[in-house]
Design a protein around this ligand. Structure first.
Ligand code: DGL
Length: 264
């Protein structure tokens, strides 16, 4: 194994940076290439066929070009739809990101869990299976919040977050819960932990937010245990589509130690 071989983190946008942050905590020396499919953002409003073809095609080409030692689909939408297909295409370990229903079900006291994801994620049979397997006897209330994806993208570009988008998520989930009390919120999209502060203010201190980032980072570290790393420079941030898509991200990327964005 070439010591400079990177870990490839893939997302439609900047959401996978929440996984990147968790990964830096456990593997600070591992070289990372973060690939952001800004030309395809958002995935959440696309069909299953569009997402599967796009994600499998891009990851196949990226794996060929960057020769990563492991790929992580740092996106719930892409993982719940295309993880199996990507595993068939790549010859390296592929780690996915799935809604953190299992830890949420273990944490809830009230038995009522809110789950916020993209439109495409919340309709997946994969999510039904996680609910059946891990949340039996609990109420899992699912909503799609495409506005949160936009808000997270804006926030990382230094733009203000529209409070109406956050309030809408709170109001819809609270209305669904009726007399019951949501005490646990599954952030089932990697973009959403970027808005943890805003969501925390809307839902209050009694609602715990759960996402998969730390678990995924631990899984990657476990799969790579015993391997050595030697970065040949700063981590790389690759985007599909025109460079203009990455405008405004300079500060967020520099703070994470990335070199300036490059086009795929
Ligand atoms: N970050 C992606 C996820 O985890 C979704 C964003 C999008 O709609 O593209 O689901």
């Amino acid at each position: 194994m070439d010591k400079s071989s990177p870990i490839l983190l893939f997302d439609s946008g900047v959401g996978g940076l929440t996984v990147y942050d968790a990964l830096r905590d456990v593997l600070p020396d591992a070289p990372v290439i973060y690939a952001s499919d800004l030309a395809g953002l958002p995935y959440g409003t696309k069909t299953e066929a569009q997402i599967a073809a796009r994600v499998a095609g891009l990851l196949g080409r990226m794996a060929e070009r960057y020769q990563p030692r492991l790929a992580c689909i740092a996106c719930n939408t892409a993982s719940t739809i295309a993880l199996g297909m990507v595993r068939d295409v790549l010859e390296i370990p592929v780690v996915g990101t799935v809604p953190a229903i299992k830890p949420a079900a273990a944490l809830t006291q009230s038995g009522t869990i809110g789950l916020v994801g993209t439109e495409a994620t919340i309709r997946q049979a994969y999510v039904d299976e996680l609910e059946r397997e891990f949340a039996e006897g609990k109420r899992l209330l699912r909503i799609a919040a495409p506005g949160l994806v936009e808000a997270a993208e804006a926030k990382l570009r230094g733009q203000p977050v529209d409070p109406a988008v956050i309030a809408d998520v709170h109001d819809r989930l609270t209305a669904m819960a009726g007399d019951a009390q949501i005490d646990t919120l599954v952030l089932a999209c990697t973009h959403f932990p970027l808005l943890a502060g805003e969501l925390g203010e809307a839902f209050g201190p009694g609602v715990r937010q759960v996402d998969g980032a730390q678990g995924i980072a631990r899984r990657i570290a476990h799969l790579l245990s015993g391997q050595s790393f030697a970065a040949s420079g700063p981590n790389r941030f690759i985007v599909t589509g025109p460079m203009a898509g990455a405008a405004g991200l300079e500060a967020a990327l520099a703070a994470r130690g990335f070199a300036p964005p490059e086009i795929f």
